[in-house]
Design a protein around this ligand. Structure first.
Ligand code: FAD
Length: 461
């Protein structure tokens, strides 16, 4: 595709590489992707199936928004790269600033809480609607991004060169079907179904899927933060007694002086959605901090529930052929177990990757040729660390479905020994936090000296 016209970017003139990009879905992945595309396309249209978004109440298309959504520091930095200064916008909208790990009380059964050391890393806690509404505001400020609500995309279309060149959308009444042409379509619809249907319709194979069955159940309540709230932590993470219990909870401060309490369980440990029953359930957590903090509170509004059967990684990167003109992103590629708080951050990092690839290709004669394949190949590296961080502890539970890694037992022992070492050694804790927050890949644990120390810790256990 030829470069189409001059654009202004930070005072320097460059060329757009396409006239129109369409993003399907105005979730976190879609809004982050729109930020990545807007520098390289004259127009970016985000098509969202849901109706109007209040900005404060979760939408039906993203009902997970009723539950705790932690944004890792790596995800926050990625969003800041796409929308510079967005951290200040979160703050101005009511987000709570967080020092990692000084403000976090992380508790494990049978041992002292993780030391609350300050590593100079900063984040924010807030509701998912606040994250989305801030991203939407920043996207719309760009001038060349529009977000169309009540726009359900039914199908992607390829042209005679086999390149995706249009989408069909229906409007709210469901009767009107409209064809919209685009140079690039980003599938941020959360399920990837549009891309999967496209591959099927043109006779391409479907991607292999890795699944980890967890049958996770979430219950969430919001309570007003009491005046005598503890001042030695802002956020509490109560870890389960692996592999005997999956019962865990996170309580984080959100805008409006409230706490959001999300409790997770599996199997016979399903957290209830009635407040009194949930309080009883909290007494069975491995530590009493959260129960003690909320036992005299009343919930604001109804409690919410979410069921998540499995983590899914669709290996689009493994396909021999992938049509040009379409890129799946975010949950459309990989849906993680949410207890590890990774999905939004991975989506934001993928959008940054897209931004970099577009920049690197901008001067080529056909910058979009092979873009999807290159993007998907690189997402594998991005996803590997969070996927294995979530998969390894989940496989400690016998009822988790999926192919267990051959070295599972050693990986579990390694993780446990690393976390014990981190209590004593601040540099090890910093590294573990940097990997958790997606600031460093998991390969950072391959340092020979670190391996020697962790193995000594394993032997001493
Ligand atoms: C219970 C729960 C808790 C979670 N907690 C965390 C957390 O703590 N931290 C974290 O980082 N992540 C968390 N996640 C994951 C996080 O919500 C997602 O990974 C992240 O939002 C990226 O999702 P997405 O934008 O790809 O998809 P989604 O958020 O699913 O958005 C997809 C959008 O596409 C729209 N759409 C779908 N089909 C169409 C169509 N055909 N046409 C037009 N629009 C369409 C939908 O309406 C929706 O708005 C959690 C998830 C769950 C389920």
């Amino acid at each position: 595709m030829a470069q189409v016209e001059a654009r202004q970017n930070g005072g320097t003139s460059a060329a757009f590489i396409g006239r129109h990009a369409i993003v399907v879905g105005a979730g976190v992945a879609g809004l982050a992707a729109a930020g990545a595309l807007s520098a390289y396309f004259e127009r970016v249209t985000v098509l969202e199936r849901d109706g109007a978004f209040s900005g404060t109440v979760p939408r039906s298309g993203a009902s997970q928004g009723w539950h705790a959504h932690g944004l890792l520091v790596g995800g926050q930095l990625a969003l800041s790269e796409l929308y510079p200064g967005i951290g200040q916008d979160f703050l101005a909208a009511g987000a709570v600033p967080m020092r990692v790990n000084q403000d976090l009380r992380e508790e494990y059964p049978g041992r002292d809480p993780v030391p609350q050391r300050d590593f100079g890393l900063h984040g924010y806690t807030m509701t998912r609607p606040l994250i989305e509404s801030t991203l939407r505001r920043r996207a719309l400020q760009r001038g060349n991004i529009v977000i169309c609500q009540n726009s359900a995309v039914r199908q992607l279309e390829v042209d005679r060169n086999g390149r995706v060149s249009a989408v069909y959308r229906t409007t709210m009444d469901g009767d009107t079907v409209e064809k919209l042409s685009a140079d690039l379509v980003v599938d941020a619809s959360g399920r990837g179904q549009l891309t999967l249907d496209l591959l099927q319709s043109i006779g391409h194979p479907q991607p292999r899927e890795t699944k980890i069955g967890i049958d996770l159940c979430y219950s969430t309540a919001i309570v007003a933060m009491p005046e005598n709230a503890p001042n030695d932590w802002k956020l509490v993470l109560t870890q389960p007694d692996i592999p005997h219990s999956y019962r865990r909870a996170v309580m984080l401060p959100i805008e409006g002086g409230r706490w959001m309490l999300t409790v997770a369980g599996r199997g016979c440990e399903r957290p209830p959605v009635e407040w009194d029953a949930l309080l009883k359930f909290l007494q069975g957590l491995s530590t009493p901090t959260i129960y003690n903090a909320v036992r005299r509170s009343e919930p604001i509004g109804r409690l919410a529930r979410f069921l998540l059967p499995e983590n899914v990684w669709r290996h689009f990167e493994g396909l021999d052929t992938m049509p040009d003109g379409v890129i799946p992103i975010g949950d459309a590629i990989c849906r993680f177990n949410p207890v590890y708080g990774q999905g939004m951050s991975v989506a934001a990092k993928e959008a940054v990757l897209l931004h970099h690839l577009l920049g690197a290709r901008a001067s080529q004669s056909d910058p979009l040729c092979g873009l999807g394949r290159e993007f998907l190949a690189e997402t594998r590296l991005l996803i590997e660390t969070p996927w294995s961080m979530a998969a390894v502890p989940d496989f400690a539970y016998p009822d988790t479905r999926g192919d267990r890694p051959a070295d599972l037992e050693r990986s579990l022992q390694f993780a446990a020994a690393l976390s014990r070492l981190a209590v004593r050694d601040a540099s090890v804790q910093r590294l573990a936090i940097e990997v958790w927050h997606m600031l460093k890949p998991r390969s950072a644990y391959r340092d020979p000296e670190l391996i020697r120390r962790v193995e000594a810790e394993m032997a001493a256990a």
